[in-house]
Design a protein around this ligand. Structure first.
Ligand SMILES: [Zn+2]
Length: 406
């Protein structure tokens, strides 16, 4: 094992160089060409180093509702599936996303060294660094004498940063065919693992009123923006009413000019949940508010959206896997623990599909989703060693980790 782990140490320089190259290709979720460029580069690297099977899939488009209720469609990049030894006793699913939150016209496009161990750049931590960690760990594992015990599938998906609308179905299907999941989201800023994660849902409220001239016939108008304002206040007041549930109005728009009573308005909001029963509570509360608004003459409110990601809770199978990860990290001299977080990721999706998983096996860095995102470069090697060790330990005891797959 020692020889395998020390072979990773020698990879620091090429890993850093590749990371800079990947980070400087813009792959904001809606930049389809950029996401595809990163996907092609990476899948070629995986195939060259791991000699694995490769499939490329188109995913469903992402749709958003405009204020007038019409749908705006965005084609997403492709999803890649790389796999090896599908008949081995233990099957591990590794996932990572190709997209970042930085759009094609973002000002944040280049990498910059903050010191000799710290690199700033778009997606260096979230999660192009993690994708390289995954590749490096698998490459080391493939040199071990235990390979026949463990087969693996890697999913590189194009849309995690918008909630994986296009890749959710493939993630759920693959989850059912594997025994456990390893996901390469960045570690929490203090280096620890994320344990429980909140669930999340995105919703759109569309308001229709009656247009009228602001001066001559104001009394005949029914103001859609005012109705929306009442809705927003009522939704905001749900915060604090149920433990662990938060509701955030993120976008609001409507109307076209000041001399007309606006007949259209739209707001978009996000809800975070702690346990799955929270979803029903939220739906009931929204329904009550909706009825109040709709009881106003001339006003109509329709609600769209759903809870895309259920909360991730840690059952016995998850806890056993977390235990293994912390044991391995202890052996490597950096003992890790796990903490709960309000953030969510594809780990929620895999848990919801019944697959125990650890979802913060990527690099250590910070300020993700901001223009000062950075990575602590030595974590590329450290985290690749951790994952290589996890794979080796899993392969030593395939029967312990097998579950009843579908
Ligand atoms: Zn991420």
């Amino acid at each position: 094992m020692d020889a395998l782990l020390s072979s990773i140490t020698e990879r620091q320089t090429p890993l850093t160089e590749t990371l800079v190259k990947l980070a400087q290709i813009n792959s904001g979720t809606l930049n389809r060409a950029g996401v595809n460029q990163v996907g092609e580069l990476l899948s070629k690297m995986f195939c060259a180093r791991l000699n694995c099977h490769h499939q490329q899939h188109a995913v469903a488009a992402s749709t958003q509702l405009r204020a007038d209720g019409s749908a705006e469609e965005h084609r997403l990049g492709d999803l890649h599936i790389l796999s090896k030894r599908p008949d081995a006793p233990l099957q591990v699913l590794l996932t990572g996303h190709l997209d970042t939150v930085f759009p094609a016209d973002s000002e944040f496009q280049r990498c910059q060294w903050l010191d000799d161990q710290t690199l700033q750049g778009p997606g260096v931590s979230d999660m192009k660094g993690g994708l390289l960690v995954m590749l490096e760990a698998l490459s080391a594992f493939e040199q071990s004498p235990l390979t026949q015990q463990l087969g693996w599938t890697v999913i590189l998906n194009p849309d995690e940063e918008i909630g994986s609308p296009g890749s959710a179905a493939i993630l759920a299907q693959q989850a059912q065919q594997h025994d456990l999941g390893l996901i390469y989201e960045p570690a929490l800023p203090n280096g620890q693992l994320a344990g429980e994660r909140k669930g999340s849902g995105n919703f759109t409220a569309l308001f229709t009123g009656v247009a009228a001239h602001a001066g001559r016939e104001h009394h005949l108008g029914r103001n859609a923006i005012c109705a929306m304002a009442e809705f927003i206040t009522a939704v905001d007041q749900l915060n604090g009413q149920r433990d662990g549930v938060t509701l955030n109005i993120g976008v609001a728009d409507g109307g076209e000019t000041t001399n007309q009573v606006p007949d259209q308005a739209r707001c978009r909001f996000n809800i975070r949940t702690r346990i799955s029963a929270d979803e029903q509570w939220c739906q009931q509360q929204l329904q009550i508010i909706q009825q109040q608004i709709n009881s106003k003459e001339g006003i109509s409110l329709t609600l769209h959206g759903s809870f895309g990601r259920p909360p991730k809770q840690l059952d016995q199978a998850h806890l056993a896997l977390f235990q293994l990860v912390t044991e391995c990290s202890g052996l490597l001299g950096v003992p890790l623990a796990w903490e709960s977080t309000g953030g969510c990721c594809d780990g929620n999706n895999l848990s919801a599909a019944g697959l125990p998983n650890v979802d913060t096996l990527g690099v250590q860095g910070g300020h993700i989703h901001s223009h000062s995102e950075f990575i602590r470069l030595p974590s590329l090697v450290e985290r690749a060693q951790l994952s290589a060790m996890i794979l080796l330990r899993l392969a030593e005891q395939p029967d312990t980790w097998r579950r009843n797959r579908m």
